[in-house]
Ligand binder design. Sequence first.
Ligand SMILES: [Zn+2]
Length: 422
Amino acid sequence: MPMSASPPAPARALVRLLVAASLAAPVATFAQPAMPIADMHLHYSHDAVASVPADDVIGLMRQAGLRRALVSSSDDAGTQKLLELAPDIVVPSLRPYRSRGEIGTWFRDPTVIDYLEQRLARHRYAAIGEFHLYGADADLPVPAAMVALARRKDLILHAHSDADAVKRLFRQWPEARIVWAHAGFDSPENVREMLRAHPKLWADLAFRSDHASGERIDPGWREAFLEFPERFMVGTDTFTPERLFYIPQHAAWARSWLATLPAEVAERIAWRNAESLLAAAWPAGGSAPAAGNPEPPSCAQAGNGVRSLQGKAARLVYRTEPAEIALGEPFRLLARLCPGAEARAGVRTKAGADSGAGARLSVDATMPEHRHGMNYTPRLAQSPDGLVADGLLFHMAGRWQLVVEAREGDAVERFADDIVIR
Ligand SMILES: [Zn+2]
């Protein structure tokens, strides 16, 4: 079907009726605001664009109480339309499809890579996908080139794949963050095994009804949700235009079966997991990081949000933006290396303005009790004044250990600070 084709008049009329009926449907009581939902699996592809106005789609998303929506479309124009109308909700993902028909052919079509490169040069995205990829096809040159592109841009992968293809993607890019669409349509036992093996694998529950019928959750899935409360997310999967009208109903259904889980687990699956995963890749509203010229604190500064950490040969001062680090919210770290109490050989305290040499600072954070780190690699910028690190995010409550490392040649000094996130 040519991409510009309009749907026949009766289809248009039906769509209009559905919009009217859906928008007129009674909404949940206002007494208590409904739990927000992050819908991790929406498409607004060319046939949907031709039959359902973008304003109406946004209306459905707001009616559903969506806090976030990961949207990908064949082609990308639909996603960009929705993003323009609702940058507060829509998080864009780039599909390797220009039209619906490419689902079964894209992984052998090298022109797909040209298309992805063109789009990536023009727009910002949080993810690549949803793409369909099974078994050994994951190692074909086109998917491998797509993974390399995602890696270069540090984008999440949204894979409609079997377990075998997911494993192959992780072999190509071990640090990848993969959202496993439809949890692979696999059994809860197999999904748990995959989540155990891959700490950076998440699963969306889109378009599968085996995990809950009505409000009742399948016992096998309940165990999976309780073992991995941080890794499941919900999604509608609007793979046909008609399913756009199901977004509010899907959100309501998700709230009803999630209500049978402990409140904290329900909130995570409903939206917090998506929020943590997407926040660093797509800061609130897609806006650029805070403006201004960020400067590390001076060596003389103390208090007022500036922390000082004494090392063996040097001292580190740092502050964060915002000063108070919040759960699931990205933050920036600004650090400077200062002369230590005793002057000795080792890490020099200032980048030599003449030679251009000096200590390089880097930062990482882990949760010692949970033996895991952050989901994101922070973006580091060095200057003669020190380090500016963007995109740090603590996705779990508890004790985090922040470690700034100063390295010059073989000399290394580590500065650690404990931060408790509630
Ligand atoms: Zn899918």
